[in-house]
Design a protein around this ligand. Structure first.
Ligand SMILES: [Zn+2]
Length: 465
């Protein structure tokens, strides 16, 4: 396949979210001796790694308890995984013919496709100048006073039309794919007024339709308070004006694609923190959004703790993200909830902070932890999940196995796709990342170098080098 080129037919394959539909795409009949005909066989594999969960994210100590199989194989048909196991066993269980593609991964590690559960992928302009200012010791406040910060991205994004936002997004998604990402969440939040926020959402829908990757949209007009606007007034704008228009756009998109509106409804996210939105603002926005059928996720406890994680658990939010200042009580609440803790070690690294989210304590207490990039133009211009994997081991003290679980199964549950992606298991969508290293530990060990060699999405090679 040609690098970066997507097959539209495959791009349009709908995610049913139900592994019971596993064999839908396959036209082939099972052979007389009961063996299953397949169209892709990855065999032999130096080491196959996958976490497994049947009914929700993996939590606590179970996160390190992954499957590691040497000399393994994966059989794929109709875009779905048919069989996973030892190469010798798989050979006898399936039928190959001249149309079966065989990938020799005898020198390679193979994992599920990586899932990025937190990105701010759509924006115009860049903030490289701020990176330099920061390296010279300028503070966030000084940078903002010099015209930098989120407002700079807002101005550039407000001036961009949908076409431009889509083309910028397309390039960034391609870069993520080259680093092994096969599914991602994308937020709005640089428009900060109705028209621009909706333009961003439209760009995300366009990318979702055209891309072979699974893309999950999030509406995040409550990313910052636009300059010159009173906070309460802006919250009212979101609740009374923007949210109903978001639902109208999601409904239109669902009709266009012939799917139920629930497949197109974005998540709602709020930056609940000092200098951003209060707990009351967050509660108000979430209440209105839930009434309209949106699910919640929240930027919580990044700078200070305002109680957003408690609120997230109370509302059954899909995820609470950042969590540098999460309290012990909230860790206990998360452990008992279905809310996934999405940790973003790239941001602390990029901002040169000495503080990190208490990942070890969360895992010991039984929280389901996911990892994501937080890719954005200011505080974390990092789009590589293998890099984040290395940071998670170095700074969050996570084991390579725990990080794998966080970057696959738990990331998938955090964005509502856990029943269909994130695992190498029969019935799951065939999203596979193949590495130019032979074992799990070598991915974080090679931090800074892209170890990804080939990416399979829905049973097809969509990137190779
Ligand atoms: Zn973020």
């Amino acid at each position: 396949m040609i690098k970066g080129q997507y097959d539209r037919n495959w791009a349009m394959t709908r995610n049913t979210g139900n592994p019971a539909h596993a064999h839908e795409g396959s036209q082939k009949a099972i052979s007389k001796d009961g063996r299953i005909p397949i169209d892709l066989l990855i065999s032999p594999i130096a080491e196959l790694v996958t976490a497994e969960s049947h009914d929700g994210p993996v939590r606590g100590e179970d996160m390190r308890d992954i499957k590691r199989i040497k000399n393994a194989a994966i059989a794929i048909s109709g875009g779905q995984i048919i069989a996973v196991g030892l190469a010798d066993e798989i050979k006898h269980a399936v039928v190959t013919d001249e149309n079966t593609q065989i990938i020799d991964a005898s020198e390679n590690l193979v994992s599920p496709g990586l899932v990025d559960a937190h990105t701010h992928l759509i924006f115009d302009g860049n903030r490289a100048d701020e990176f330099v200012m920061r390296s010279q010791g300028k503070t966030y406040t000084e940078i903002a006073a010099a015209g930098g910060g989120i407002v700079k991205s807002m101005r550039a994004t407000q001036n961009a039309d949908v076409e431009r936002l889509v083309s910028l997004g397309r390039k960034r998604i391609e870069r993520m794919l080259e680093s092994g990402t096969t599914a991602l969440e994308v937020k709005t939040g640089y428009g900060l007024e109705a028209e621009s926020e909706l333009r961003m959402l439209e760009a995300i829908y366009r990318l979702k339709s055209e891309s072979v990757l699974d893309i999950v949209p999030t509406f995040m007009a409550a990313h910052a308070i636009p300059p010159g606007k009173e906070r309460e007034r802006y919250v009212d704008d979101i609740v009374n004006d923007m949210l109903p228009r978001v639902v109208a756009m999601a409904t239109e998109q669902a009709e266009r694609e012939g799917v139920h509106v629930s497949h197109m409804m974005p998540y709602i996210d709020v930056f609940c923190d000092r200098g951003y939105f209060t707990l009351e603002d967050t509660r108000k926005i979430f209440a209105a959004a839930i009434k309209l059928g949106l699910k919640t996720r929240v930027h919580s406890d990044e700078f200070v703790n305002l109680g957003a994680t408690t609120l997230a658990v109370e509302l059954g939010a899909a995820s609470a993200d950042h969590l540098l200042n999460v309290s012990d009580e909230e860790i206990a609440l998360l452990a008992k909830s279905s809310t996934v803790a999405v940790l973003l070690p790239g941001t602390s690294f990029y901002l040169n902070l000495s503080d990190h989210a208490p990942a070890r304590r969360m895992i010991e207490e039984g929280v389901a932890v996911a990892l994501a990039t937080d890719y954005n133009p200011g505080s974390c211009h990092i789009s590589s999940l293998p890099f984040v994997w290395g940071l998670a081991c170095l700074h969050l003290k996570m084991l390579p196995e725990e990080a794998l679980t966080a970057l696959t199964v738990n990331g998938a549950w955090a964005i509502g796709l856990g029943a269909n992606i994130g695992q190498l298991r029969p019935g799951y969508q065939a999203d596979v990342t193949i590495y130019d290293v032979k074992q799990l530990e070598e991915v974080p060990y090679n931090i800074g170098w892209n170890p990804v060699k080939q990416v399979i999405k829905k049973g097809r090679t969509v990137y190779s080098r």
